[in-house]
Design a protein around this ligand. Structure first.
Ligand code: ATR
Length: 291
């Protein structure tokens, strides 16, 4: 059980729009309760035009931390005092720490825990060793670009990039070649097997969506594991088809948990109770029906 709210309660919040369906409050409050912290995590609907005022309000009220979700992650880059290496690298902020200096002024430090969350989830949920892996990545939007760069930073051997708008995949490929010359990048489908097929497109959010890949060009039988960054619904058409094809599969719930765990550690300085956070997220997103 969470400690009673009183004058010493520390606050964290997620800001987004829409925010109604966020599972982050359930996840973080379960973690605070597990560690006996007198902290609470709430969610606020914030319009982009009010984002700066909301961050400044949280600073003025001495919040412990903030998370940012759609559509604020890029906007917030220009609204914090400092970016850490992760926010610089991924060009987006999903976590803000409020840090007091020696004179008591509060300073805002932006971080990005999404890429680390994805890599940790791939390791935990698919038992994948990213180093030396061959990966087919679908999507070259914001999430796809970050995933591609993180996979390259984790030293995958080969990366195949596919996107509806091919030119965006080509831009990401050039960026990878420049930053990670040892990774072999191809725009297009592989002809042989891959260790991982990763969906970073938004296709699959709606039940009527098509598969995000062209099965005439790539058969799911060519993928050992399939990861979908979407977690609502629990089984996208891609994951259902991948299971039928005999692939090991996971949805994006683990990424949500691990990005949250990393944010929790930045704010509290304590090891996050990851399995408690995962149980709370699964209850919040899927109810009592297991995914
Ligand atoms: P996010 O930040 O979640 O990555 P985004 O930057 O808008 O959001 O990217 C959405 C991704 O889903 C892109 O790869 C997009 O392809 P385009 O770059 O061609 O737009 C992909 N996507 C969205 N709707 C799609 C559709 N109907 N068919 C194929 N790809 C789609």
């Amino acid at each position: 059980m969470n400690a009673a709210i009183n004058n010493l309660t520390r606050l964290c919040a997620v800001l987004g729009s829409p925010i109604r369906h966020s599972a982050s409050p359930a996840m973080h409050n379960a973690a605070f309760a597990q560690l006996g912290l007198n902290w609470r995590y709430v969610a606020f609907e914030v319009d982009p035009k009010n984002l700066r005022a909301a961050i400044e309000g949280a600073r003025a009220m001495q919040f412990a931390g903030l998370n940012l979700t759609v559509p604020h992650k890029l906007l917030a880059v220009d609204m914090v005092d400092e970016l850490d290496a992760s926010a610089e690298k991924w060009g987006a902020v999903n976590t803000i720490q409020f840090v007091a200096d020696a004179k008591g002024s509060i300073h805002t430090l932006g971080s990005n825990t999404d890429a680390e969350g994805l890599a940790n989830s791939l390791r935990e949920d698919l038992s994948l060793n990213l180093q030396g892996a061959k990966v087919l990545l679908l999507g070259a939007g914001g999430a796809g670009r970050t995933a591609a760069l993180k996979l390259a930073a984790e030293k995958v051997a080969e990366l195949f990039l596919v996107n509806r708008t091919k030119s965006k995949a080509e831009v990401v490929a050039i960026e990878i070649q420049r930053q990670f010359p040892s990774v072999k990048v191809t725009v297009g489908y592989p002809t042989k097997e891959v260790d991982l097929l990763l969906n970073a497109t938004s296709l699959g959010l709606r039940p009527e969506d098509d598969l995000p890949l062209d099965e005439r060009q790539f058969s799911l039988k060519q993928a050992y594991t399939v990861y979908d960054m979407i977690y609502r619904p629990a089984a996208t058409p891609l994951l259902s088809a991948a299971k039928l094809a005999g692939c090991t599969t996971a949805n994006g719930i683990g990424m949500l948990v691990h990005q949250g765990a990393k944010a929790f550690e930045l704010w509290t300085g304590l090891a996050a109770p990851v399995s408690v956070m995962r149980d709370a997220v699964e209850r919040s997103v899927y109810g009592n029906a297991s995914p």
